[in-house]
Write a protein that binds this ligand. Structure first.
Ligand SMILES: Nc1nc2c(ncn2[C@@H]2O[C@H](COP(=O)(O)OP(=O)(O)O)[C@@H](O)[C@H]2O)c(=O)[nH]1
Ligand SMILES: [Mg+2]
Length: 718
């Protein structure tokens, strides 16, 4: 294969709804570039992209796929992304290493929720976008509707470069208002006939041409002046203006294709070569060691890993972008994220399932290697001296949480291993074992995302797993002061055990005054404070331990044991075994025995006294409350609202944001399970949300009763 210079490289990502035609478009682009010599079909499971078993089973892209095509002395790296919202992680990492998003829209269908979600990611990462109106041969292809919907959702930036003359089954003509020519294809697509715009289309073409010229000129004063002087712009001037408009997200040029019949592909490739700049013309990815990195071949070599995947017969394949210098076969680099050396024994340029060995990959280009020791997604490899470390891809936060379990206990360890392997490949889900809940927790983007994990366990690891709603990390606290004392006494043979502790406990609050006087059940108590220890609890909240002992009734050497006893009970709350928090304990009296008192005795006395006091202090269960921001199309607002009300939520605010209604609410975590699925079905997949832990709050008394009952039953079973 030819070696390319940085200036000859273009990096794009195909984004958009599942079924829009991205994988088919990629196939046509490879075919046009001569990379493959016949076009596969998604339905025949023989495309260059979508080549894995799971994608064949799901009949959908699940991963991002690296591909490339070659055209007129340029190499275009194409990353085909999966369209479903579940795979937002793959869209994010793909856009992070490419310079322009090519957003494919199915004109026989509609914009689609996956398109919107991918576009949100492209916008967040400030990527220029080219829109493709694909599937113009569909019987019901409706170009105008797509344009109208697109403008409503993505703003007025959608600007026609091409429009179809005869959308529908017979589709084969496009008017190009940049070139001011008509393109016409034979039934096999491929190379078009370029002809003059027929009289019947002239007025429309002129009008759209002027719109495009204005849009191209509006981002640059010099161009604007030229336009006023001459009344038009040359093709080159327009390109220059369009480039600027795309960079500023004020212009999203619209092209027309029928990917399935290879119509409009060649023109699209040419446009990409002309309008997408070389990778070194875009801002450099942030470097974390404060180095000034240049994307040129003279700089020290470095590469950034954006994807890994385990592939049959070849092992783990590591996909990377060369950030600086040249990577050559046999080179040793340092993984600066792990500080170990890695040898790049084999380098590939990749067209989906087809890999070609190359001896060198230059700055800006994207390739793959194998047999690295410890290199994972988001790692940087660089020369030792350069010591570059690029900012990691920020993967989307998971939105669905489940507990996962092997159906057979013997497989438990393997489940953990399998999950970690999958997680290495897809950092948009998170795995951890919760010591508190005693459950293995998986957080993913959606239920569909969880189906992918299940598929791997069923088909590759051959381990049966099950998902369950995870337990809620409740907390316990008290709402009034209570007093109790406890004597631990044991006489067994020789030396005995003796410890007696008297305490008052009360709810802890920030900045509360020092303890002095209590009134408990009509009785007055006075204490005098000697010392205070404040303990931040690992599970949130505080335990404040006040020494109010007078007359040395308990030696200071036993205080740590008393604290330990209390802490043990805090860790396993008296109500439901959940962590307790926000309590102030005053130890004000007790008794020792000259011989039998020891640490264990005081620990037990502390523990029991605390437990009794806790139960008398009007204890309450606390639940985690989350701040939720939901975005919904306005016509679904009512349904989304009433669903939220059914989830014990408190609406905090409402507003409009980019054509969406935004609802902010506080919702108990317990009510959030299955929210991704519910919101999807309420909004036809278009709604989305973000949520974040806010605080713990008391559960309503009916919920408390339910939880106490459930805990009792659970205890009885054990
Ligand atoms: N009629 C027609 N079908 C298309 C076109 N592009 C793709 N398809 C079909 O639409 C289906 C989904 O295409 P695919 O490329 O997998 O979409 P992706 O999910 O965006 O990757 C496949 O069956 C394709 O053959 C097109 O331009 N016209
Ligand atoms: Mg696809």
């Amino acid at each position: 294969m030819k070696t390319y210079k940085t200036e000859q490289i273009r990096n794009i990502a195909l984004i958009g709804n599942a079924g829009a035609g991205k994988t088919t478009l990629a196939e046509a682009m490879l075919f046009e570039g001569g990379i493959i010599n016949r076009r596969g079909e998604v339905t025949s499971k023989n495309t260059a992209s979508d080549y894995t078993d799971i994608e064949h089973d799901f009949e959908n892209s699940v991963f991002s796929t690296l591909l490339y095509t070659e055209f007129k002395d340029h190499k275009i790296n194409i990353i085909d992304t999966p369209g479903m919202k579940a795979f937002a992680g793959a869209v994010t990492s793909s856009l992070s290493v490419t310079d322009t998003a090519v957003c494919v829209i199915n004109t026989g269908d509609g914009i689609g929720a996956g398109t919107e979600s991918s576009m949100r990611i492209a916008d967040k990462l400030n990527k220029p976008v080219i829109a493709i109106a694909n599937g113009l041969d569909h019987e019901n292809a409706n170009f105008d509707k797509i344009l109208e919907e697109g403008k409503a959702r993505f703003g007025g930036r959608m600007t026609i470069v091409q429009y179809p003359v005869n959308p529908g089954n017979e589709f084969n003509q496009v008017v190009d208002v940049l070139k001011m020519k008509m393109y016409q294809w034979g039934s096999d697509g491929g190379e078009p006939e370029i002809i003059d715009i027929p009289e019947s289309e002239k007025d429309k073409a002129d009008e759209l041409h002027n719109e495009l010229v204005e849009k191209a000129a509006e981002n640059d004063e010099a161009l604007m002046e030229l336009y006023f002087d001459k009344g038009t712009l040359t093709e080159d001037e327009m390109r220059q203006g369009m480039k600027l408009g795309m960079k500023d997200s004020t212009l999203m040029p619209v092209f027309c294709t029928c990917a399935k019949k290879d119509m409009g592909i060649r023109r699209l490739i040419e446009f990409i070569i002309n309008i997408v700049a070389a990778p070194n013309e875009y801002p450099m990815r942030e470097e974390l060691n404060g180095k000034d990195v240049k994307m040129d071949t003279d700089s020290p070599a470095s590469m950034f890993v954006f994807k890994t995947s385990l592939e049959p017969h070849i092992g783990e394949v590591i996909y990377f972008k060369v950030m600086s210098g040249k990577i050559s076969e046999g080179m040793d680099l340092i993984n600066t994220s792990r500080s170990n050396k890695e040898r790049l024994s084999t380098l590939y340029t990749v067209a989906g399932k087809n890999r070609t060995k190359v001896s060198e990959i230059v700055a800006g280009d994207i390739g793959a290697t194998v047999k690295l020791k410890e290199t994972k997604v988001n790692h940087t490899l660089s020369t030792k001296d350069a010591d570059y470390k690029f900012a990691p891809v920020e993967f989307p936060k998971p939105l669905t949480t489940v507990a996962i379990k092997a159906l057979s206990e013997a497989d438990e360890e393997k489940v953990g291993e399998g999950l970690h392997r999958l997680r290495d490949e897809d950092p948009s889900f998170i795995v951890n074992f919760s010591k508190e809940l005693k459950q293995l927790i998986v957080q993913a983007q959606s239920e569909y995302h969880l189906n992918v994990i299940k598929w791997f366990f069923d088909n590759e690891y051959k381990i049966e797993i099950g998902y369950k709603t995870p337990k809620v990390p409740y907390r316990e606290t008290i709402t009034k002061a209570a007093q109790s004392d406890y004597r631990h006494k044991k006489q067994s043979g020789g030396s005995g055990q003796f410890g007696e502790v008297h305490m008052i406990i009360e709810p802890y609050e920030e900045d509360m005054p020092a303890p002095k006087h209590f009134k408990i059940d009509g009785k007055d108590w006075q204490v005098s404070l000697r010392g205070t220890e404040e303990h931040e609890l690992p599970w949130g909240g505080k335990l404040v331990f006040c020494n109010c002992i007078v007359g040395g009734s308990i030696d200071a050497r036993f205080h740590p044991a008393i604290l330990k006893g209390i802490m043990e009970k805090m860790e396993e709350g008296p109500l439901t075994g959940s962590y307790a928090r926000d309590i102030r304990v005053c130890i004000y009296d007790g008794k020792m025995h000259p011989v039998d008192s020891n640490e264990i005795s005081f620990k037990l006395a502390g523990r029991h006294a605390f437990s009794t006091a806790f139960k008398n202090a009007d204890p309450k269960i606390l639940e985690p409350i989350y701040n939720l921001d939901v975005y919904t199309p306005s016509e679904r607002m009512g349904d989304v609202m009433s669903d939220l009300q059914g989830r014990r939520s408190i609406i905090m605010g409402m507003g409009s944001d980019k054509g969406y209604e935004k609802i902010s609410a506080k919702v108990p975590l317990k009510e959030m399970s299955n929210y991704t699925t519910s919101l999807n079905s309420l909004t036809g997949g278009r709604g989305w949300f973000t949520f974040e832990f806010d605080a713990y709050d008391k559960v309503p008394s009916d919920v408390q009763q339910e939880l106490l009952k459930a805990y009792e039953e659970e205890q009885a079973e054990e």
